[in-house]
Design a protein around this ligand. Structure first.
Ligand code: FAD
Ligand code: MLT
Ligand code: ZN
Length: 505
């Protein structure tokens, strides 16, 4: 297998360069309000006296008003959205968050909470002049119980830092994703992030033990218990998991960390057709059982463009589809033997055309790099329309050929990849340049197709700013009405992350 630590180092450099290029680019995205024709709601506008007030609550260096300082907080990772905020606040404590919100609520000043700003649906950046409340300085670990695995920390802790911390103590974070080096645990919870190992460790509704959150009026809701069982009344923590900063701001988190697996192996396989991936998935579940920790797929376009754009090595040659399979177990010899036997058997059956199995950390990283960087690799090619849908497995890949046919030469590339184990496919459509025509060929068409197949228009990235007008494809009218009522109850002035998640009534 082609691989070396040097290649990994090159990748890290590439990734950093890519990020720098992205941030330093002079081509700024169009304002979201113009691009998507949104009308500003009648919120208050920020006066000099408001800024002075915030400087009494926070130290001056934690109140940003300079255009250059504020700009990165106005643009999302994928560069689809751009807000016009003039003010970023960086609280360090729950009390500061509470004081800020109480003031904003009284003055009807809208607020956009922001974690690592890696969200992919425009939820993390303002649309107009909402105040950005950044959690970047709320990054302390509060306590860790190595026996129960309960970690309590502030919302602005970076996922990778938390993972490194608990790994040193023989546990891991229950979620992992390509954005781990930047995303915050508070952002993960607010989006109900899924990630690469949901198949094994479940979703955040299961692993989050408790949260502390601040309501729009500044009231602190303390549900920060780190108990596995607590049936005292309504399970309020779930309201904050996945509500994308529209019901309250998550300030602290209690989360359960599973044991560090003693043995990890990764297989990377070339496959002829999508139907074979489904058969492989069924066989992997039965052959590998409890040690299966990830079952990811990517089509040829996903892998070849990532390898080419980011100069990453592909350890096997060109195939129509790829499967990345991972095991987390306790016996390296036993697990890698099990995986090798699986590879041999499925090569014999013809489902796997070629493949490699490894337990070497650097080689496993090389394979994961290819998968985790598919999103980043697309950014260098043009404008990216990004979809994140759940579909019944038999229809998992069906929208990719459909969209290729529909867009024809208008798209430079249409490709699909994702978390097969979760029925979640990501479909990226690259066009040379954004145009409303390309947009109208895709939307609402793709959401109509998802609804016909009884899927969900958002599997893990959320609704954010980009999809409220399409949420009815996945939620019925009564469910939406209850959501509106909850919003009205918890944030009657609508100051928390306006223009996001819920459609206009
Ligand atoms: P942000 O992007 O800053 O915010 C996301 C949303 O949460 C916004 O609506 C924001 O207002 C709100 N928010 C943030 N912090 C708080 C808070 N403390 N309280 C209240 N609201 C808050 N997602 C997946 O599910 N699975 C993946 O595998 C995955 N991989 C990714 C890979 C890459 C390369 C990238 C760029 C993104 C990926 N994402 C994935 C999308 C994204 O949801 C996650 O990166 C992450 O959960 C967002 O965290 P964040 O801290 O960056 O939040
Ligand atoms: C992933 O699975 O890689 C992420 O959800 C990001 C993406 O959609 O590319
Ligand atoms: Zn994903």
């Amino acid at each position: 297998m082609i691989n070396s630590l040097t290649l990994f180092v090159t990748y890290i450099k590439n990734f950093k360069v890519l990020n720098q290029v992205r941030c330093a680019s002079q081509v700024l995205p169009q304002f979201s309000s113009e691009k998507y024709k949104v009308k500003r709601k009648p919120f208050g506008t920020i006066e000099a006296s408001d800024v002075d007030y915030f400087k009494t609550v926070l130290s001056e260096d934690r109140v940003l008003t300079d255009d250059n300082d504020v700009l990165p907080f106005n643009i999302d990772w994928i560069k689809n959205c751009r807000g016009q905020s003039k003010l970023v606040l960086k609280p360090k404590t729950t009390q500061e968050v509470s004081t800020i919100l109480k003031y904003c609520n009284q003055k009807r000043l809208a607020v956009c909470p922001q974690g690592g700003n890696t969200g992919l649906v425009g939820g993390s950046v303002p649309v107009f002049d909402e105040i950005v409340l950044s959690f970047m300085l709320m990054n302390k670990i509060i306590s860790f119980d190595e026996i129960s695995g309960a970690l309590i920390c502030e919302a602005g802790c970076i996922l990778e830092n938390l993972d490194n911390y608990v790994r040193e103590r023989n546990l891991i974070m229950p979620l992992d994703l390509g954005a781990k080096g930047s995303c915050h645990i508070g952002g993960n919870i607010s989006t109900n992030a899924g990630g690469l190992r949901l198949l094994r460790y479940g979703n955040l509704h299961g692993s989050v033990l408790g949260v502390e959150a601040v309501k729009a009026d500044g009231t602190v809701i303390d549900c920060l218990k780190s108990l596995k069982k607590d049936n005292t009344g309504y399970h309020l923590k779930h309201l904050f998991i996945g509500s994308e900063g529209t019901l309250g701001l998550v300030t602290k988190v209690a989360i359960h960390c599973p044991a560090l697996p003693k043995a990890v192996s990764v297989g990377f396989f070339g496959v002829e057709k999508f139907e074979d991936i489904l058969r492989l998935y069924a066989n992997a579940k039965s052959s590998l059982g409890e040690i299966l920790s990830a079952f990811e797929m990517a089509d040829n376009d996903s892998i070849s463009s990532t390898a080419k754009n980011l100069k990453l090595p592909n350890p096997i040659s060109d195939y129509p589809f790829y499967v990345l399979l991972e095991t987390h177990g306790s016996d390296e010899a036993h697990d890698s033997e099990k995986l090798t036997r699986f590879l041999e058997k499925e090569m014999e059956s013809g489902l796997i055309l070629d493949g490699t199995v490894t337990s070497d950390p650097a080689k496993m990283q090389t394979i994961w790099n290819l998968r985790e960087n598919i999103a980043a690799a697309g950014l260098v090619e043009g404008y990216m329309f990004k979809y994140d849908v759940s579909l019944p497995l038999r229809n998992y890949y069906s929208l990719v050929p459909l969209l290729r046919q529909r867009l024809g030469a208008k798209a430079s590339r249409v490709y699909g990849y994702g978390h097969v184990g979760d029925g979640n496919i990501h479909i990226n459509v690259i066009v040379p340049k954004y145009s409303p025509e390309a947009s109208s060929m895709l939307e609402p068409y793709i959401f109509e197709e998802v609804a016909k197949l009884k899927g969900s228009i958002s599997a893990e990235h959320g609704v954010g700013f980009r999809k409220p007008q399409f949420i009815h494809y996945s939620k019925d009218a009564n469910a939406l009405q209850l959501m509106q009522q909850l919003k009205q109850l918890m944030d009657p002035n609508g100051i928390l992350n306006p223009y996001k998640v819920l459609p206009e009534i």
